[in-house]
Ligand binder design. Structure first.
Ligand SMILES: Nc1ncnc2c1ncn2[C@@H]1O[C@H](COP(=O)(O)OP(=O)(O)OP(=O)(O)O)[C@@H](O)[C@H]1O
Length: 300
C-alpha cells in the first residue's frame, strides 16, 4: 500500500521549473530515498509533500488513514533544523509534541520514550547548546516522531554531519525503519544504499530512475572491461563502437570502461584485437558496472 502517491507533480519559480512531471510512490513500511545532486528538486518535492509549499501542477494523494491534517499523518525534519539552545532535549521534545497536538501528560510520556529511542536518555536534561551535531540531528528525528505519525520525512538528515554524526544518524535510521516508514533525501548514493529499500533518483526536477535497491543493483550490474593504455584509445574507439557486443563505453583520458552484453565474446574479441595491443595495454580488468556508475551517468 502507498502512503503517498504523486501524479505529474510540478513546481515552478518564475523561470525555474524546480520539479516537473514527478510521479512518486512511497510504500508503507519501507525506507525510501530521494537521491539526487544539489538542485535536483528534492527539498522542493518534500516541501510540497509536507504542505509547506503549494504545487503549481499535479496531485498528491495520501492513503485512507489520512484525515485532512498533514501534521498528524507526517513527521518532518527540515534540511536546516532550528533548535532553541537554551532548552533541554526533553523540553524541546515536549514542546514539539504539544505543537503536534498531544495533551501535556501524553507529551511528557512520549518525549521520554523518544529520548530512550534515540539513545539520549542520559542527556535529556542537558541544554541543546551543548549537544554534538549528531545528537542534535537525532533530536530532530525524535521531534518528527514524537506524535507517532504514519511517515517521517527527513530532508538531507546526514549531509551536514561529521563522520561520527553520520554514523550515529544512519544507525538510528536503520533501527527506526524496522517499525516506521521513512522518506528521506540525500545526494550521497552510499547513504541511500546503506539504509533504503526503495530509491528514486532525481535529476533536473524529475525522477529518472526508480526501483527497489535490490532491483536497481541487479539490473544495473552489467559485465564490463576496464582498460588502461599508454597511447590514447580515442581513435580505436570508433571501430569498437561498431561491435555488436558493446553496450556502452566511457573514456577518461587513457582509461576506458566498456560495458558489454556477452562477457566471453567480448573477452575473445578484445584479446585478439591488434589495434588494442598497439595502444600498449597497461591494465586489462574484468569488471562490473555498479549503481554508482549509473548514478554518475544520469546526473552528469
Ligand atoms: N524559493 C525558491 N525560489 C526560486 N528558486 C528556487 C526556490 N527554491 C528552490 N529553487 C530552485 O529550484 C531548484 C531545485 O531546488 P531544491 O532546493 O529543491 O533542490 P535540492 O535537490 O533539494 O538541492 P539541495 O540539496 O542543494 O537543497 C534549484 O534550481 C533551486 O535554485
Amino acid at each position: 500500500m502507498s502512503l503517498i502517491e504523486t501524479s505529474s507533480l510540478g513546481k515552478r519559480f518564475n523561470d525555474t521549473e524546480a520539479v516537473k512531471q514527478l510521479n512518486l510512490s512511497v510504500r508503507e513500511g519501507a525506507c525510501t530515498a530521494l537521491l539526487g545532486p544539489n538542485g535536483a528538486g528534492k527539498t522542493t518535492t518534500l516541501n510540497m509533500l509536507t504542505g509547506l509549499m503549494k504545487p503549481t501542477e499535479g496531485t498528491i494523494q495520501f492513503d485512507a488513514a489520512y484525515e485532512g491534517d498533514r501534521r498528524n499523518y507526517l513527521g518532518y525534519l527540515p534540511q536546516y533544523p532550528k533548535f532553541f539552545g537554551w532548552m533541554s532535549g526533553e523540553e524541546y521534545l515536549i514542546f514539539a509534541a504539544e505543537l503536534a497536538g498531544l495533551p501535556k501528560k501524553q507529551a511528557k510520556i512520549s518525549a521520554s520514550e523518544m529520548l530512550e529511542l534515540i539513545g539520549l536518555q542520559d542527556d535529556g536534561k542537558k541544554r541543546i547548546s551543548g549537544y554534538s551535531g549528531g545528537m542534535k540531528q537525532r533530536l530532530g528525528i525524535a521531534q518528527a516522531l514524537v506524535h507517532s505519525p504514519k511517515l517521517i520525512i527527513l530532508d538531507e538528515p546526514v549531509s551536514a554531519l561529521d563522520p561520527i554524526g553520520r554514523r550515529e544518524v544512519l544507525e538510528l535510521m536503520k533501527r527506526l525503519k524496522t517499525h516506521t516508514s521513512i522518506l528521506f533525501s540525500t545526494h550521497v548514493l552510499h547513504d541511500a544504499e546503506e539504509v533504503s529499500d526503495d530509491i528514486f533518483i532525481m535529476n533536473k526536477g524529475t525522477v529518472v530512475i526508480e526501483g527497489s535497491l535490490r532491483e536497481l543493483q541487479q539490473t544495473h550490474q552489467k559485465p564490463a572491461f576496464f582498460l588502461e593504455t599508454e597511447k590514447s584509445p580515442e581513435e580505436w574507439l570508433h571501430t569498437l563502437k561498431e561491435q555488436d557486443w558493446v553496450v556502452d563505453w566511457e573514456l577518461d583520458h587513457h582509461r576506458l570502461m566498456i560495458t558489454v552484453d556477452n562477457m566471453e565474446k567480448a573477452r575473445a574479441n578484445l584479446l585478439k584485437d591488434e589495434h588494442l595491443h598497439e595502444l600498449k595495454l597497461v591494465k586489462f580488468e574484468v569488471a562490473k558496472t555498479s549503481l554508482e556508475d549509473l548514478f554518475m551517468k544520469v546526473i552528469s
